[in-house]
Structure formats: structure tokens, C-alpha cells
Design a protein around this ligand. Structure first.
Ligand SMILES: [Fe+2]
Ligand SMILES: [Fe+2]
Length: 405
């Protein structure tokens, strides 16, 4: 072991609490952090620059981080398998780059998009006036970036800091929507309008009290009535942004169900167009696969199972079928463990075999990083299968998403 490694190990062996000013993007948080009786960050969160800024502005002085992630940040491979997985998760940008996985939208762009949405939400929550024209301009810029690459990573690594859920959820729903709708619409402006509606669909949640939004248990009747207002508030807020009719319908109707049991208007199938039907599926898929304050994260397979079960009364079967074929059981950018012990990242989905995507191997059987990319088309390799997803803690639970996704 060379001296630099020894120093780093010693540094983090002694004390894994790192002063906030020394934190850097990519480190993994090792224990939940509470402030004012509210969970601020969950164990397992991968730090971004905006989270670190948020911690600084809240006066947080130090944070416990995973030792393995600290080593990974410095380009040193940790010894234990668990730490290597942690390293993989904090270093996705480098791994995408190393393996020339250019189909994946860079993490920084998503972080920046998420941060901008967060700023709008926070200003609205604080009752500050928000320049809606500026908001529109910002989101449009992001959409243009995304539309260049509709097959980009539609479901990025799970962010476990649920307090930021809504912001990232907005981006994820926009990306999932874009991936599916790109074939339906030729006109770029029209496409941008729709994706804008999908990104901003939950902006009305900025009027819902955080104690309701992040409540760990079920909502009581009164709280639920407030929560059910968020699509109405979304459409009210978007009215001033010259959004198209379709974009507006997505914001207003993304919780409507084909059998008329949805909210806020109880629309029936004849009143729910195909774009809204698609947005509903994107919304539910992202809600299921993301950890929230009131449920553990569920895996992609479970999400697909729930969408299939909801076909008919809730979801349009044809659109659900298209969504599942496009997104696959393992969306592009997902890190997967293979039955032969290797770890790969999904680079494309086989529409005819959604459980068998094409993967690029990033860790070998000894869980050491591979030097050159090796692509495996699992649809042609029946002897190798995916045995798990390497994104964060992926324990599967059976709890269903709360209806107010
Ligand atoms: Fe919603
Ligand atoms: Fe949503």
C-alpha cells in the first residue's frame, strides 16, 4: 500500500465525521441526519454540490460518510465488496465516461435541473414571488437538452434523500414521458410543451405543507383532501406560463383513472387523452421505484408488476405495454449484478426481452473495475441472468405507493 493510501485510510479510520467544508459531491452519507426534528438526509444519500450547499446554509457542521466512498472519491479501490459497491455508486459519472456510455445524460445536468426545480419549489413554498416566465425559460432549456437525447438514462440511480423527492421526481417523470412520447410527436415545440407539463406536473405540491408531504404514516381525511388539491394548484400555477392545452391537461389530470375513480375531477376514460394516460404511468413508475418518507424503495420489476395489475381500471393497457417495452425492467443507466458475479450497466433495452438488456461490464468477478468495455447482449446469453440491481440499498418491499404520488 502506498503512503497516500495509508494516509487516507488513517484519516477516515479515525473519524468518519467529515466537516461540511471538506465534503465533496459523490460521498455517500453513512447515517440519517436530523435537524429540527425532521430528517434532512437519509443514510445512503449520494452527496451533490447542491445538497452540500443546502447543508452549509442550514448551519450543519459535520456529516458521517461511508469510508468506502471516501476512498473511491480518491480513486482507490476499497477492499470489501460492500465498499466497492459504494464506490461504484458514487463514481457513476467516471464509469459512464470510462466506458464511453454517452447515451446516459450526465449526472451533473440532472443535478442542475433538479436544483433549479428545487429553487422554484422553495420560492413558492416561502410565498415569494416567482418569475414564471423565467421558470418557463429555464425548464424549456432543460427540455431542449433532454430532447437531444430521448434515450438517455430515464431512471437514474435512486436518490435516497426523500426530502428532495419532488424535485428529482419532476425530472424523472419528464424524462420517462419524453422517452415514450418522442415517437408520437414530430414537432419539437409541441414535444417541448408536453414535456414541460410532465416536468411541472407536481408544482402544486409547493402549496402543500411539508408535514403532509413527508408524513411517514397514512394521511388523515383532512390531510388527504389537501393533498388531492395539488393537481388543481399545479394547473393554476402553470396558467400564467402560456403552457399548451396538453401540458396543462397533464398537470391537472395526472391522478385521474380510466374508471373514473381518480382525482381531482373524477374524469372517465373518454375524458383522458393518451398523453395524460402516459403521464400517469410515468408518475406511478417513478413513485414506486423511489424511496419516500413513508415507504421503502421498491424495485423496477415490482413497479412493472403493479402497472400491469392496474391495466384496465387505472392504466391504458396499450400505453402501459409500450412503456414497459421502452423502459424495460432494467432501464438504461441501471447498474446490475449478473449471475456470473460480474456487474454491468444497462446500455440498451431489448424490447422483445425486457428482463435481458444489453449491459456493459464495469466490475469483473472479483469486483475489480474492468479496463476495457465488454458488451453483453443478455438476450443472446441464456446462461447469464440479472440477479440484482446495484443502485443503493435495493431491498424489495411489498408496500404499495400511497395514491398521492
Ligand atoms: Fe401528483
Ligand atoms: Fe408526481
Amino acid at each position: 500500500m502506498d503512503t497516500s493510501v495509508t494516509n487516507v485510510v488513517a484519516e477516515f479510520d479515525e473519524d468518519v465525521f467529515v466537516p461540511v467544508e471538506r465534503l465533496s459531491a459523490g460521498l455517500v452519507v453513512d447515517s440519517d441526519l436530523f435537524a429540527d426534528n425532521q430528517k434532512l438526509i437519509s443514510k445512503g444519500t449520494v452527496l451533490s454540490q447542491s445538497i452540500i450547499s443546502n447543508l452549509t446554509s442550514r448551519g450543519i457542521e459535520q456529516l458521517k460518510v461511508r469510508r468506502g466512498s471516501s476512498l473511491a472519491r480518491l480513486g482507490i479501490m476499497p477492499e470489501s465488496a460492500e465498499d466497492r459497491f459504494a464506490a461504484l455508486l458514487v463514481d457513476t459519472g467516471r464509469i459512464y465516461e470510462k466506458h464511453d456510455l454517452s447515451m446516459v445524460i450526465p449526472q451533473e445536468k440532472l443535478e442542475s435541473a433538479s436544483h433549479q426545480i428545487e429553487t422554484f419549489f422553495c420560492d413558492l413554498e416561502l410565498g415569494q414571488s416567482v418569475d414564471l416566465t423565467k421558470m418557463r425559460g429555464t425548464v424549456d432549456g432543460l427540455i431542449r437538452e433532454f430532447t437531444k437525447n430521448p434515450n438517455g438514462a430515464v431512471k437514474l440511480l435512486d436518490l435516497e434523500h426523500f426530502d428532495r423527492y419532488t424535485y428529482r421526481h419532476s425530472i424523472n417523470v419528464g424524462l420517462l414521458f419524453l422517452l415514450n412520447v418522442a415517437d408520437w410527436v414530430d414537432d419539437e415545440d409541441e414535444l417541448a410543451e408536453m414535456v414541460y407539463g410532465a416536468v411541472m406536473h407536481d408544482i402544486g405540491k409547493s402549496r402543500v405543507d411539508l408535514s403532509i408531504l413527508n408524513k411517514p404514516g397514512p394521511l388523515d381525511r383532512e390531510e388527504w383532501e389537501i393533498m388531492k388539491m395539488h393537481p388543481v394548484w399545479s394547473s393554476e400555477l402553470l396558467e400564467d406560463t402560456a403552457i399548451s392545452d396538453t401540458g396543462m391537461r397533464i398537470a391537472r389530470a395526472h391522478h385521474e383513472k380510466l374508471d373514473g375513480s381518480g382525482y381531482p375531477d373524477g374524469r372517465n376514460a373518454s375524458q383522458i387523452d393518451k398523453f395524460v394516460r402516459l403521464s400517469t404511468i410515468c408518475d406511478v413508475y417513478d413513485a414506486i421505484t423511489t424511496k419516500r418518507s413513508y415507504k421503502n424503495k421498491m424495485n423496477f420489476a415490482k413497479a412493472i408488476e403493479i402497472i400491469i395489475q392496474g391495466c384496465g381500471p387505472q392504466f391504458d393497457p396499450k400505453i402501459a405495454n409500450m412503456f414497459i417495452r421502452k423502459v424495460g425492467q432494467y432501464p438504461i443507466g441501471t447498474f446490475v449484478r449478473l449471475s456470473d458475479g460480474r456487474v454491468g450497466v444497462v446500455t440498451s433495452v431489448n424490447e422483445a426481452a425486457i428482463t435481458r438488456p444489453v449491459v456493459s461490464i464495469v466490475l469483473d468477478q472479483q469486483l475489480k473495475e474492468t479496463d476495457s468495455p465488454e458488451e453483453l447482449d443478455l438476450s443472446e446469453l441464456p446462461g447469464i441472468r440479472i440477479v440484482g440491481v446495484v443502485a443503493g440499498r435495493t431491498e424489495e418491499t411489498t408496500d404499495r405507493p400511497r395514491a398521492n404520488s
